[in-house]
Ligand binder design. Sequence first.
Ligand SMILES: [Zn+2]
Length: 66
Amino acid sequence: MGYGDRNNDRPRSGGFGGGNYGEPREMHDITCADCGQKSQVPFKPDGNKPVYCKDCFRKRAPPRRF
Ligand SMILES: [Zn+2]
């Protein structure tokens, strides 16, 4: 009695890591070189180049012109 209840608490979601959207990306903490906010980027900052948060990255992206 009460013994079997525990099993129901655990979601059984297969043996995979869960979340199957594309390849797993490791996020790296960065401090934005522009606004100074902490953010995360899906690539490893290489230390030589300034790293920007998503907003600033978009702001700084060169406009497309043809
Ligand atoms: Zn920023």
